[in-house]
Ligand binder design. Structure first.
Ligand SMILES: *Cc1c(COP(=O)(O)O)cnc(C)c1O
Length: 395
């Protein structure tokens, strides 16, 4: 507060906000870009990482840290760093650990933005990636310069389940880090750090937030790896905003409730779709004949004895591209919209949306039927969802 009687000076130096002794039950939003110090020395010590504290929201913010700690707690991680989006978490993590001349081993089926980073952006900076379809191919692809082995717990849209301990062994033998994008699983379904991953990444935009109203990303792992990632994020600037952190933190409190319900509905939905003769194929790790079923049962968490297999199901109706498009157009509950993990069910016709660059032959080679529709199961009544799709399927 100022002792000046000038209104301009007074307006610029309003009274300090109260800092209560009582801990708030809800999460306060620290909507400030900068924090005040009592002296120039204290300011310099915190900025120089010689003392703990907050200087600038691009570097750290208490509301954002609360969200990071919440996810670290569920994921079993020592530390977390938050980002403006899932892609900011992924790109910043890659740039933290890679330099010109380095090499990455990554799955051949990858989230589109990650594929673009590895296949198109990083080669401009002298980083090469080998894409491998299995643990055996990944082991064979390793070179002396391999720094990162990359994986996705559940891949899009084939829903292939990564062999995390197999990939961890490949990374360990190579002296590389295992970095795992676990967005499709969430920490309720799988915690890759328990299977040997060094860094876990999430698009918080999906299950963690869960309400399709906030965008964010998070990286999790040891305090030392997160220290390095934090330094790179400070330079690149892809930091999470305090308002987004508030919404995402609020989402985390109901994550287990939402994900359990969505996993149960997904199993019922996948079972019903697999029994419908108008459907050519259903990919869902929870189906006993799914190629990823055994691995998922081993790696994924269970509740009351039944495994949580995730809540994304890929349904391929018989009849090619048109059949997939027709099913999407016939739905009344599930929305034609991108993203996943929210309260409302959503569909994407894979060949015309997320994988639109691939022709039918390339789709088939990647194990994707031209009619395939990725379904993100929401919180609706599962019988209503089955009825919606049963009605929308062509006779
Ligand atoms: C959505 C998504 C991303 C990217 O996250 P954004 O928050 O959209 O930047 C990365 N990986 C996976 C698996 C995703 O589903």
């Amino acid at each position: 507060m100022s002792d000046s009687d000038d209104v301009y000076t007074r307006a610029a130096h309003l009274p300090d906000p109260p800092v209560p002794n009582e801990r708030p039950v809800g999460l306060p939003v620290y909507r400030t870009s900068a924090f005040v110090f009592g002296s120039a020395e204290e300011y310099a010590d915190v900025l120089g990482n010689r003392a703990p504290g907050y200087v600038y929201t691009r570097i750290d913010n208490p509301t954002v840290d609360a969200f990071g700690s919440a996810v670290a707690f569920l994921e079993g991680a020592a530390a977390a760093q938050c980002f403006a989006s899932g892609m900011a978490a992924i790109s910043t993590t890659l740039l933290t650990f890679l330099s010109a001349g380095d090499h990455v081993v990554a799955p051949s089926s990858l989230y589109g933005g990650t594929y673009s980073m590895l296949a198109h952006v990083l080669p401009r900076f002298g980083v090469e990636t080998t894409f491998a379809a299995s643990v055996e191919e990944a082991a064979a692809a390793v070179r002396p310069a391999t720094r990162i082995v990359y994986g996705e717990t559940i891949a899009n849209p084939t829903l292939t389940v990564a062999d995390l301990s197999g990939l961890a062994a490949v990374a360990r033998d190579a002296g590389a880090l295992l970095v795992v994008d676990s967005t499709f699983a969430s920490p309720v379904v799988c915690r890759p750090l328990e299977w040997g991953a060094d860094v876990v990444l999430h698009s918080a935009t999906k299950y963690l937030g869960g309400h399709t109203d906030a965008t964010g990303g998070v990286a999790l792992g040891s305090a030392e790896l997160m220290r390095q990632i934090r330094a790179m994020r400070s330079d690149l600037g892809g930091s999470m905003a305090p308002d987004e952190a508030f919404l995402l933190h609020r989402g985390v409190a109901t994550l287990p409730l939402r994900v359990d319900r969505q996993c149960e509905s997904a199993l019922a939905f996948a079972t019903a779709m697999a029994a419908d003769e108008r459907v050519e194929a259903v990919a869902y790790p929870g189906l006993p004949n799914d190629p990823g079923h055994a691995l998922a049962t081993k790696q994924f968490d269970a509740r009351n004895g039944s495994t949580r297999y995730g809540a994304i199901v890929t349904v391929a109706p018989r009849g090619g591209r048109e059949a997939g498009v027709a099913m999407c157009n016939g739905l009344r509950l599930a929305l034609n919209a991108t993203s996943l993990g929210g309260t409302v069910s959503k569909v994407s016709h894979v060949a015309s949306t997320t994988h639109r660059q691939l022709d039918d032959a390339a789709l088939r080679a990647a194990g994707i039927a031209p009619s395939a529709v990725r379904v993100s199961i929401g919180l609706e009544d599962p019988d209503d969802l089955v009825a919606d799709f049963t009605r929308a399927l062509m006779p």
